[in-house]
Ligand binder design. Structure first.
Ligand SMILES: Cc1cc2nc3c(=O)[nH]c(=O)nc-3n(C[C@H](O)[C@H](O)[C@H](O)COP(=O)(O)OP(=O)(O)OC[C@H]3O[C@@H](n4cnc5c(N)ncnc54)[C@H](O)[C@@H]3O)c2cc1C
Length: 560
């Protein structure tokens, strides 16, 4: 982990660099030309310049040894600048992951030191034309090359698809099938038989180079097999998902906020019907405030997960990474979409950037596992918990939030608790009716679980903010009172979502007889959840006032 002061300085250097080298007009031009600004990416990754890569390389290999929280903060900032450039930088992080997780000490020293010292750009080659979400279907092969009865190398054959930095990287981590199963190899640029296609013409992140790779009898020495043991590739890829998905979550968060931060000032200047749009509730309460609440709920979850990873949590926090990515990327997309609407006709043009952000952020629900795969991952894991605890897992969570409500009655913990109880009941009804045989129910459960767990995280974060217990590095855009109001807004949304949609799909899948609906509504706490909507308008008014600086500051703050 790096010191809070060092992190602040890194973030400031990044912002200053972007202001100078990537102002809006340059970004718009590069986007139109569909061009990766390689010199800028290299500058960002060079040890004697910005050196962003140093953050995630362990100190023993010449890096700064940043933790998950540090990486989240940097990723959010990069996404605010440009998601394409951010993706190019991320690709080296992803490409080096199989090394960090699975390489031998000698391999780590070689490759991680080269990334730190030479600013080596990596690419991460997992996806194939026929193997996307289902990596198990991969066809690229790595055949042993034998000499005197021992393995001296491998011959790689096959194709990779949609590889970030595919046409510009210096080295590639490549997943290929050995006789003992999928394994990671490092292949250097220029290897005989290794080629890449022209960059893809993409919908968004057009500042990032994405290309297909082809391997035609590409020979690598045996020491390029990461870890030196065949068949570990899928486990190595799984082991870092908690971490890498958190980075993509931070991308969704940063891009979503980047869009809102254009819509908010715009609406203070745009006069319609005699007043700025920012003063119109029908505008702010549809196009701004709900998106702020969802993004901040995702942030709360990202920060909690990052803290757990940095504290050395057991396991890979795969499910938590999936929840963070799912919520932040979906919230980033809807925020960017709403920001186009918020700028009206101007939002629909290139010049105002929100349309570009909206195209860019779309990728966050696709790469590093699509939203549907995230829903499945979340649902399967928490379903096991539901079964193991005989349906009590989320009821127990609900009691934690009932307790929190006693200490902090204003952070929405009571409503979050209602959502946890309702979730437990929906899951139990799904178990009794064997409804997870419908894939749609399984995936919807993933969505509801993500909402409810994020409602819990946000309530806890608001409480910690009130107690001044948050990390020094935490985002402090909102004070404790504003965060509590945001938490209440989101908890109401999560609770209503699980109760109404849960009921809908339990009935829709034939899990409830018409005569039992009223009693199940009761079990779900539907009317309590509806009653908890009281105060929603006032909370949204307050959050809008905070966003538009219409809240009088206490005298001490004013003086400061
Ligand atoms: C710009 C860009 C950059 C990328 N960078 C990289 C990179 O650097 N390295 C790399 O290895 N890969 C990279 N990828 C690939 C990316 O990770 C894959 O595109 C992604 O995993 C989805 O795979 P797919 O495209 O084959 O879609 P598919 O897996 O075919 O999915 C298509 C749709 O079906 C859904 N779906 C899939 N399986 C199921 C299921 N079982 N049940 C229900 N629905 C399902 C998906 O959610 C999706 O909506 C990149 C992709 C893009 C577009």
């Amino acid at each position: 982990m790096i010191a809070a002061k060092t992190l602040r300085l890194s973030l400031k250097s990044l912002r200053d660099f972007a202001k100078k080298r990537l102002p809006d007009n340059v970004v718009i031009e590069l986007d139109e030309k569909d061009e990766c600004p390689l010199e800028i990416v290299r500058h960002m990754c060079s040890p004697d310049k910005l050196g962003i890569q140093l953050l995630f390389i362990p100190e023993e290999f010449g890096g700064m040894g940043g933790g998950a929280f540090d990486v989240y903060c940097i990723c959010e900032e990069m996404a605010r600048i440009d998601l394409g450039v951010a993706t190019s930088v991320l690709a080296t992080f992803l490409g080096s992951d199989p090394i960090t997780v699975g390489a031998t000490p000698e391999q780590k020293k070689l490759w991680l030191s080269r990334i730190a010292d030479e600013g080596l750009l990596f690419a991460y080659g997992a996806t194939e034309p026929e193997a996307g979400s289902d990596l198990g279907a991969l066809r690229t092969t790595a055949d042993r090359v034998m000499q005197d009865g021992r393995i001296v190398g491998y011959k790689i054959n096959g194709n990779k698809q949609w590889i970030s930095n595919g046409g510009v990287a210096d080295a590639y981590s490549v997943l290929a099938n050995t006789p003992a199963g999928p394994s990671w190899f490092v292949v250097e640029k220029g290897a005989k038989g290794f080629t890449h296609d022209e960059p893809e013409d993409k919908h968004g992140i057009r500042l990032s180079n994405t290309a297909a790779l082809a391997f035609n009898d590409v020979y690598v020495d045996a020491d390029r097999l990461l870890g030196g043991v065949e068949g570990q590739g899928l486990n190595q890829a799984q082991a870092v998902f908690g971490y890498t998905r958190l980075m993509v979550a931070a991308f969704g968060l940063g891009a979503g906020w980047a869009a809102l931060d254009r819509a908010i000032p715009y609406s203070t200047k745009r006069i319609q019907a005699g007043a700025p749009l920012s003063e119109k509730q029908g505008y702010t309460h549809k196009l701004i405030v709900p998106h702020v609440a969802r993004l901040e709920a995702a942030r709360a979850y990202i920060e909690e997960t990052a803290e757990r990873i940095d504290a050395g949590a057991e396991g890979s926090l795969n499910t938590e990474g999936a929840i963070a990515k799912y919520m932040a990327s979906e919230a980033g997309n809807t925020a960017a979409e709403a920001s186009i609407q918020a700028l009206g006709g101007y939002g629909y043009t290139h010049e105002y950037m929100v349309e570009k952000i909206s195209r860019d952020v779309r990728i966050t629900t696709i790469y590093e596992g699509t939203s549907e795969i995230m829903e499945m991952t979340i649902s399967r894991d928490r379903w096991q918990l539901h079964l193991k605890t005989r349906g009590q897992h989320y009821h127990e969570q609900a009691r934690v939030f009932e307790q929190l409500h006693v200490q902090h009655p204003d952070v929405g913990a009571d409503t979050a608790a209602l959502s946890f109880h309702a979730l437990a009941e929906v899951m139990e009804k799904a178990r009794v009716g064997r409804l997870t045989r419908y894939q749609h129910i399984l995936l919807r459960l993933g969505e509801w679980i993500a909402y409810v767990e994020c409602a819990g995280s946000l309530a806890r974060r608001a409480a910690h903010m009130a107690e001044n217990r948050l990390s020094e590095k935490t985002n402090r855009r909102f004070d404790a009172r504003a965060l509590a109001a945001i938490s209440r807004i989101f908890a109401r949304e999560a609770a209503l979502k699980i109760a109404e949609e849960g009921l809908r799909w339990i009935i829709g899948a034939g899990g409830l007889a018409a005569t039992d609906i009223a009693s199940f509504e009761n079990t779900l706490g539907l009317s309590a959840i509806q009653r908890a909507q009281a105060g929603l308008m006032a909370d949204m008014d307050y959050v809008a006032d905070v966003l538009y600086n219409r809240v009088a500051k206490p005298a001490t703050q004013k003086a400061a």
